[in-house]
Design a binder for this molecule. Sequence first.
Ligand code: HEC
Ligand code: HEC
Length: 301
Amino acid sequence: MADFNSEFWHWYIAILTVISILACVWLIRWMTSGFQHSDEVESTGHIWDEDLTELNNPLPRWWLGLFYITLAFGGFYLLLYPGLGTFGGLLGWTSKGAYEQEIEKVEAEVGPLFAGYQQTPILDLIKDENALKIGERLYLNYCSTCHGSDARGARGFPNLRDNEWQWGGDPESIRTTLHNGRIAAMPAWEAALGGESGVNEVTQYILRLSGRATIDELADKGKAKYDVFCVACHGLEGKGNPALGAPNLTDDVWLYGGSITRISESLIKGRNGQMPAQLDRLGEAKIHLLTAYVYSLSQEK
Ligand code: HEC
Ligand code: HEC
């Protein structure tokens, strides 16, 4: 409610709302007054299909009653609940408060259950069907928007079902990934590699690393550049380094795509994938269950 940056909007909305309601009252009174109760019914003068005449009868009482009830409801509602500008309502209800109350209720219910699981080591949890079911539900709630509902990822969002890990796939590494998030730092290389030709050479070398056919002359030049600029993170053999999140370049698993175009794009633009930290959002207990679930995905096969 305090999102308005000036008092003006509070009054603007409050006054307009009150005037609108009063206008409705006035409109109803105006439309219903002036009828003489007699047996003669006036016609509005509209006639269709030769003899279908529109009459001007007063509105039925029950119908009018409904109108007045609606108006009174509106008035009381605005008195009790937030709605009139920044006026918070006499009940002090807020959507944030209602949300927190609901969360508290749920926490009280599932808290003890989660706390129990939290004491169980990951290697035991992955054998516990119920724990994995809860893990899956948590996953679908909190992770599937990015990693996909089947956890197979998409371009830029890693597949969590395979055995390829950028940041390590043992339970402790997965837990750290979830706790703190991960920020991958792969700088842009076009300038350092000497422009487009340098990018092409190194791209050819990466094709060689991943076991594909190359233009050898270019790939050889690419290797010289790779050994200067890339070994520090991706390693001499291109197998990557989980401490830095530098992916293995020798397999056919690609976060951003393994075609010549995609690899060149990775080199030209650099890549900075970010996995958001979850600790503040989910807490230890849920992360423990999620760690077990994610770990279990690459174990089933
Ligand atoms: C400072 C460490 C660092 C250096 C140096 C570095 N990289 Fe990377 N590279 C990374 C990281 C971290 C990622 C993952 C980026 C992400 O997840 O967003 C990455 C991603 C990539 C990718 C995308 C892989 C995929 O799966 O899609 C390619 C290709 C790549 N690097 C090639 C290179 C080449 C070639 C060089 C040398 C010119 C190089 N990198 C130098 C850290 C580095
Ligand atoms: C906003 C999108 C987003 C959400 C939400 C998200 N992730 Fe991620 N996650 C990413 C990205 C992007 C990466 C890759 C970071 C990089 O490039 O290194 C990643 C990386 C990971 C990794 C590391 C994979 C590896 O190969 O080492 C794991 C594990 C992971 N996420 C699990 C989860 C789980 C579990 C959740 C739910 C609690 C989750 N993520 C929610 C975007 C997201």
